[in-house]
Design a protein. Structure first.
Ligand code: SF4
Length: 376
């Protein structure tokens, strides 16, 4: 199959869904985590849970970069915008993430020079066009976006652009999966591996999940048929009592990864000893920082960063949702204090966040089924 329509073909979808239903053991409850926020969004958008057997539950993982950024780090980034002559730039979904004193968008409304960009390269161009200002890019994301930050830094250095810096919050997915596997609440049978991250990292980094924890991993694409095929591949491994890494998304994901992208990352980044993740706490060697050779472009060197630590509101249960212990509507604030217009937690901000996706695509069906209107 070559085209998107084929991956949405209703008959093919029915066939694979039927095969999953015939393959599952009715006496077992299957819990399969989709690690990637893009998968979470696709699952809700296409209503895939509805075509799966009731005893097969998809559990939403930590693969939404906005969702795992702790509030303190948002505050740290916003503190940069308070320096005179600084333009802080960020991706669109980052603009609505709440810090303790408001979102970047709210700070902008109060006079801070904070601008949305579509890429780090846009931020670099802005620095070139505004030589009397300092432009800082609030970098977030997994291996999917880290290469574009790396390539932008290489270009900034080559061009000698010195009024530009990166506030680096890039994280890597493997240590987060390991933290989930080590969690005492962990009750997962297998994983749908992240499609976008794997285009860069390849499939090999997941081999420890199968080898050391005995859990199948199938890297998947983002169309309904991709995801259903990946689920079937996980179920077949479980039935055969196997645990290995398979690649359903071969049309995009190279097994060994994207070498030029990985090289660009290793040219400019090193691993931080530890980094705080929302809901998962501090995870060692789970995030990237700029190498000392790039200190002149490192916002954490160029500015005094307060290093704020903020605990989430007590009633917010983002951590439990991120670890797959709770489903979004089981959070006490879901659809009430926390909704897309007024997000309390970051899972309600990004379209890849489990709470936002659930709120957008599923809650009305639940309302109808439960006859309990959601107030918002
Ligand atoms: S509903 Fe809001 S507070 Fe609750 S888990 Fe989701 S994002 Fe966090």
């Amino acid at each position: 199959m070559k085209y998107v329509d084929e991956f949405r073909d209703p008959q093919l979808i029915r066939n694979v869904a039927g095969e999953i239903a015939r393959s599952v053991d009715p006496n077992h409850e299957y819990r399969i985590m989709e690690v990637c926020g893009g998968h979470t969004h696709a699952i809700y958008r296409h209503g895939l849970q509805d075509v799966l057997p009731e005893n097969l539950r998809l559990v939403h993982g930590p693969g939404c970069p906005v969702c795992v950024l702790p509030t303190g780090r948002v505050d740290d980034g916003l503190s940069i915008a308070e320096h005179p002559g600084v333009i802080l730039t960020a991706f669109g979904d980052m603009m609505r993430v709440p810090g303790t004193r408001g979102t970047p968008l709210e700070l902008k409304a109060r006079g801070a020079d904070i601008r949305m960009v579509y890429s780090p390269l846009d931020a670099l161009r802005l620095a070139q066009n505004e030589p009397t200002k300092h432009v800082c890019f609030f970098a977030i994301g997994f291996e999917t976006t880290a290469p574009s930050t790396a390539l932008t830094l290489l270009r900034a250095k080559a061009l000698g652009v010195r009024n530009f810096s990166i506030f680096c919050n890039h994280v890597t997915i493997v240590p987060a999966i390991r933290a989930i596997l080590e969690s005492p609440d962990m009750r997962l049978d297998g994983f749908i591996g992240p499609g976008h991250v794997s285009t860069v990292s390849g499939c090999r980094p997941y081999e420890f999940i199968a080898r050391d924890y005995g859990k199948p991993v199938v890297v998947a694409g983002f169309e309904p048929l991709d995801l259903l095929e990946a689920i079937l591949m996980v179920v077949r491994q479980l039935n055969a009592k196997e645990a290995k890494v398979e690649n359903q998304y071969r049309r995009i994901v190279p097994w060994e990864g994207n070498m030029p992208a990985l090289r660009a990352m290793s040219d400019v980044f090193e691993l931080r000893p530890y980094f705080e993740w929302r809901g998962l706490g501090f995870i060692s060697q789970s995030a990237l920082k700029l190498l000392p050779a790039y200190a002149a472009w490192d916002a954490e060197v160029q500015f005094e960063i307060p290093g704020v630590r903020v605990t989430d509101p007590r009633a917010a249960q983002c951590g439990e949702v991120l670890k797959g212990v709770l489903r979004p509507p089981q959070c006490k604030l879901f659809g009430k204090e926390c909704n897309p217009e007024h997000p309390v937690g970051a899972l309600m901000v990004s379209s890849e966040g489990a709470c936002a996706a659930y709120y957008r695509y599923v809650r009305y069906e639940d309302d109808a089924a439960n006859a309990q209107p959601v107030t918002s």
